[in-house]
Design a protein around this ligand. Sequence first.
Ligand code: HEC
Length: 108
Amino acid sequence: MKIIKFLLIVFFISMSNNITSIADEAKMKKGLEIFNETAACAACHILKAAGSEGNIGPNLDTVSMTIESVTDMVTNGLGVMPAFGEGEMLTKEEIEIVSYYVVNAAGK
Ligand code: HEC
C-alpha cells in the first residue's frame, strides 16, 4: 500500500507541474499577442523574442526590470510611453500577462 500511495503522490506532483507549464505557455503566447498586436508595444520597443524593432522607447532586451516595474510602467505610462491602465486600453489581466511576457522574454 505504501508504494501505491507514493506513486500516487508522484503522479499528482508531476501532473501539477504539467498544468503549471501549460498555463505558463498559454500566458507567454497571449503575452506575445498583446505585445505585438493588442497594445502594439512592438511599435516602440525592441524585443528580440517578439521580433520587434521599434525604436521610440528603450530596448527591452537591455533594461533591467521586474514584473512589478513593468506592470507599473504599462499601467501608468511615462512621457511618450502610453498609460495603458487609463481608459482600460488594456485590462488589469492583460497588463499582468504582457508584463509577465516581457520579463520572461527579455534578453532571449
Ligand atoms: C508610443 C510608443 C510606446 C508604446 C506603444 C509602448 N512604449 Fe514602453 N516606453 C516608451 C518610451 C518612450 C519609454 C521611456 C519612458 C521614459 O523613460 O520617459 C518606455 C518605457 C517602457 C518601459 C521601461 C523601460 C526601462 O527603461 O526600464 C517598459 C518596461 C515598457 N516601456 C514596456 C512597454 C510595454 C510592455 C508596452 C505595451 C503594453 C509598451 N511599453 C508600449 C514608448 C512606448
